[in-house]
Write a protein that binds this ligand. Structure first.
Ligand code: G1P
Length: 275
């Protein structure tokens, strides 16, 4: 059983400056809920109640969000506004939160390695909160848990993207091993390839289930694309041993790390809330 979910949340969110100057990008709201809260809800739905967050300087608001605000509770208690806190209160009681800081920004792989101290020697989920996923049925991480239980190896969630967007993602090559559930055995993966170098148009989105040997691999992984330690490169080492499957998830994904995706997500959730 997978109990823990890691949230790399140390990045600067430069694409949202100046909004992210003093506010963590993970705290930007889609309607009234910060992005990271959607992620924590998805993790909990997948039965991962141990939330491990890799933070950095300037990210204190995340810790405060997943804590009780006594002053606010006092103010709002017994008023018509109390219901606004129902969801976050429920999350706080159902999850535990632990934090560690990524001291230097050396890439997503490095951020995940920084989380080792919170994870230990067990398989775990990873959510990149700026990829916001929605599905009417099981959430994406829940869907991936089922895949993990079947194949007992690392799992990446993938989506087909237009060929001219491959340089924004980790891209995989693989062969289909289960047609009905859209699962591929990964044979190659490349971080942010130019379209002409991309092995396919199947892009990794911000959802992973990783086996704990990934930490030893990450320790040995040299800086790759952009001079950063890439999780894609570490996963390739597992893939060479047949130990990574890619799963074409069911649902919608919004890249809330871009203004365009953020606006689309806002409109999508707004329309849903109107119904
Ligand atoms: C990261 C990963 C990339 C993945 C993407 C999903 O890139 O490095 O492989 O496809 O997340 O959102 P980033 O978006 O942090 O640049």
């Amino acid at each position: 059983m997978i109990r823990k979910c890691l949230f790399p949340a140390a990045g600067y969110g430069t694409r949202f400056l100046p909004a992210t100057k003093a506010t963590p990008k993970e705290m930007l709201p889609i309607l009234t809920k910060p992005l990271i809260q959607y992620g924590v809800e998805e993790a909990l739905e997948a039965n991962m109640s141990h939330i491990a967050i890799v933070t950095g300087r300037g990210k204190r608001a995340i810790e405060d969000h997943f804590d009780i605000s006594y002053e606010l509770e006092q103010q709002i208690k017994g008023t018509s506004k109390e219901h606004y806190l129902t969801e976050i209160r429920a999350l706080i009681t159902q999850c535990t939160f632990s934090y560690t800081r990524q001291v230097e920004m050396k890439g997503l792989g490095h951020a995940i390695l920084s989380g080792e101290t919170l994870i230990g020697k067990e398989s775990f989920g990873v959510i990149l909160a700026d990829d916001l996923c929605y599905n009417d049925g099981d959430g994406v991480l829940s869907q991936m848990v089922k895949v993990y239980e079947q194949y007992e190896c690392s799992v990446v969630a993938i989506e087909e993207v237009p060929m001219d967007e491959t340089q924004k993602y980790g891209v995989i090559a693989g062969h289909l091993i289960d047609e009905t559930t859209d699962i591929y055995r990964v044979t190659d993966m490349v971080e942010k390839p130019a379209p002409q170098d991309a092995p396919s148009n199947m892009a990794i989105i911000g959802r992973y289930i990783l086996t704990p040997d990934i930490f030893d691999i990450l320790r040995e992984t040299k800086p790759g694309r952009g001079g950063e330690i890439q999780i894609t490169d570490a996963l390739l080492e597992q893939a060479k041993k047949g130990k990574v499957v890619a799963y074409k998830f069911k649902g919608d994904r919004f890249d809330c790390g871009s203004v365009d995706g953020f606006v689309k997500a806002t409109n999508y959730y707004y329309e849903k809330s109107e119904k």
